[in-house]
Every structure is written in structure tokens, then in C-alpha cells.
Write a protein that binds this ligand. Sequence first.
Ligand code: SF4
Length: 285
Amino acid sequence: MAEKSMRIDVEQPTTASLPKRVSYSQMSLYQQCGLKYFFSYIDGWREPPTSALAGGSITHEVVEHLYRLSPNDRTLEAAMDLLREHGPRMLKATEYKPFESDMKMKHSVKEAIENLFVVEDPKEVVVQPEHLEMELSVPINGVNFFGKVDRFTVDGVNRVTDYKTGKSPGKFVDDKLAQPYLYALGFKTQFEIDVDEVELIFLNAKEVVRRPADSGLVIEQGEKLAQMRAGSESDVASSSWEARVSRLCDYCAFERVCPARRPEAPIPGSTACDIQLTDAGLFHK
Ligand code: SF4
């Protein structure tokens, strides 16, 4: 995916260390761009929340609560009641308050929830409450992995499901499947449960993608997790990270201070860099 790749030396405290546990989103971010990973997880900058993030969080909350109801109560009316209950509450939280009047986002959330009833019949989904938002925390290939699985269903097929909001993945669908494949490995390692199938439900796009949990693809994600950890250990030891320039740079909160995009940019991690990021409205975790 990267169009150009270059090593960037950074300023980091001698005590800089990697997170103790690694999630799929950390792994994915590192694969996308090591320098962006440095800004987020070593230098500790937090990207400002986006309306897409707010909408995705509300959608997940509503869908989770819907599946906690008994099957016959999982109606569209019940889902809309849950949206009216949880949407305004979540938009009062400091991080999502800027989007309280974002009608486009609210429409998108409503559409996503309505579409759930198009892509599946929630009354027919066999799921136990303890199998919603399941937490995984287990060493995989020597890496402390953690994650949260949207839904695990057992109806003759053991299936890990993740809901997605936003656009259709199009040709990038295989990249998106990396997450449930890794979760399938987490299930096997933590609970000794074999996952038969992985599923992604793209709610706004009304697309359901199911694939067999092919053992080769599942194992491959565990290997990538170990590679990511080894790579980031080497990067933090050398204070040097790989910047991978791609089309995703246009959406990167650190683009304004990225030496791979702007030769005049300050050294990442320096005081001058911190000042620019603070001025741009970013803040430390
Ligand atoms: S602008 Fe691009 S290369 Fe620079 S940190 Fe962001 S994603 Fe990486």
C-alpha cells in the first residue's frame, strides 16, 4: 500500500517503552505506518475524535443492547428506542459532544441500525449475553494480545462477527478480515474453541462477508502480530521509525509534522513538534 517508505529518527525519552499489551488496532496502525504508531503509542498523542468514530460507537452500543434482549423483543422499534436512549447520552460525553448537532452522523447511525434488519433477522440470531463484547486477553506467540469481539455465535457454526460502519470495503475486504482472523486465533488460544467462520457486517453498506476460518490465514495473523512486536521493539530501541507514505496520509492527524511529507517538519518527539501538535488541537493521552 505504501508509495514511499523512509526511516525517520525521533526524539524519545530514554525510558520510552512499548504498550504492555497489543490490540489488533495497534498492529494495524503499525503496519500502516510505524511513525504514526510512534506518535500514538510512544509519544502518547491522541487524535481528536471524529464524527465517524462517534457514530460507530453509538451504533455498536445500540446493537449490543439489542442483542442483549430476548430474541422476540429484538424489533426495529426496540432498536430505535435504544438509539433514543443511548445516542443522546453518549453525545453528552466530552469526547463526542462536538458532534451533538451532527445530523449527517445521526442519519448514518439510524441507517446503520435499520440496515441490520435488512442483512439479518435479529430474532433468529442465537447469541448468549456473555458472548457479546467478549474480551480476549491472551499471549499469542509471546505477545500479550487483547481485543474485544463484537459477537460470538454458536448455532452449529462457531462464528466470530464484527460490525463495521461507514463505506463498503470494496477491494480492501481481505485486509478487513485480518481482524476477525486474529480474534479466531485468540479464541483458540484463550478458550480452546475452534472458530469455524469469521464474519464482517458492513451495516451502512448492507454487506455481509463470511469466510471459513482457514487455519493458514488464522495462523498467519499470529505471525504478523509477533513480527509487529519484534519490529516495534527494534524501532523503539533505535529511536527510529518507518514512515510509510500512502493515500492514508491525507487522513493522518500527524501529517502536518511528518518529515516524510514535509521536509521542513521538526524532529518527531521534539518540543517544536509538540508545540505544533498542541496548536493543532491534539492532546496527550
Ligand atoms: S503522514 Fe503518512 S507517513 Fe506521515 S505519519 Fe502520517 S501516515 Fe505516516
